[in-house]
Design a protein around this ligand. Sequence first.
Ligand code: SAM
Ligand code: SF4
Length: 402
Amino acid sequence: MSGRLGASAAKASGKAEPEALGIYVHWPFCLSICPYCDFNVHVFKNVDQDSWLKAYSAEIQHLSNLTDYKRPVTSVFFGGGTPSLVRPDILEGVLNEINSAWVLSPNAEITLEANPVGLDRPLLEDLKRAGITRFSMGVQSLDDAALSFLGRTHDSADAIAAFALARDVFDYASLDMIYARPDQTVDAWKDELATALALAPNHLSAYQLTIERGTNFGKLYHAGRLSLPEEDVQIGLYDVTQSLCHDAGLMAYEVSNHARLGHESRHNIQCWQGAPYIGIGPGAHGRVDIEGHRHASIGIKHPAAWLASTSDMSVGHGLASLERLSKEEVFEERLMFGLRLVEGVSLSGISKNAEVPDGALDMAKINFLVSADLLEDRRDRLVVTRSGRLVLDRLVAELLIA
Ligand SMILES: C[S@@+](CC[C@H](N)C(=O)[O-])C[C@H]1O[C@@H](n2cnc3c(N)ncnc32)[C@H](O)[C@@H]1O
Ligand code: SF4
């Protein structure tokens, strides 16, 4: 093959856009802040949850007036922060507001992110009654020394007990783990992951520890007081993650996400496939269509400022920005997210509403990446290989640079 893959050629065999609509609701509070985390999080103190329900409702109304989606909402994701700290009646209030603004699909996936601390059976049952269908718990580790290093306020026994309860109450229960921690060996991770898999999650997110600027770990790392495992150990840890999850029946459907068939996170898949999602809450990002054009929205980052803005009748919303994306930007995002999926990305699908930037997707470059065993070119579909996954960010940058 030679030349650049043109948008119109790709369009010819195009696949329909998914008729999905997601809603992301950000709750920015946690009981304490973990030293590795750079999400938009603040300590949970003196939070008036009723005012938050009013503010979320105002933002839902504002965004439903801006957008004109007739399709039902197929997923809602309460992310954070620690949304398991939100009262179930507040969550139910937000879902009612979403239902009256857009209409919730009867089998919508409704995810709640949770911390093991403070969970008990009555609370979990109330959360289920409020409408939560998918429970996603941040466990991070099942090694007590590692949990303490990660600044967690629970031990492995607490996490195991909390997850067993969640597994009992919810049909969809997922757990998050963080690996590739300082001094972690492949053998130790094997045992830890096997213990996690024995808890029978039907979804598991295994993230390699990322050092984020501005966090406590970032400061330690840049001061030379914290180091990550060498590259060959990182590869060994990644490989063992893939094989143990696979053997436990949890298939990798994305770089860090594994699920039993039918238990993949619909919300994440929708976003990675380029479906629109509405972002509600401080710092929340959204991708919405207004008058046929994809826009990026970002909420005001600081919780108090977001709350004040949404509650101020003369403003009535908490958006910091709402910008129309160029077709090239839409294309880049779809390529970047689509390549994270194990099924890869359909070029005709992403080219449908986007323009391939000049110099991107140069066939000589694609052929080179294929010959280097980083990419597979399956006619209309680009799929990242195992080796490519280990250098995914660099690979995507290479594909996009003219
Ligand atoms: C927004 S957090 C919500 C989880 C919940 N608040 C908890 O931790 O108990 C989502 C997940 O992101 C992952 N995460 C956050 N910061 C990370 C980092 N620096 N490196 C790797 N994973 C990280 C953690 O696994 C975490 O469970
Ligand atoms: S990992 Fe979870 S609990 Fe820890 S600071 Fe981040 S959002 Fe909060």
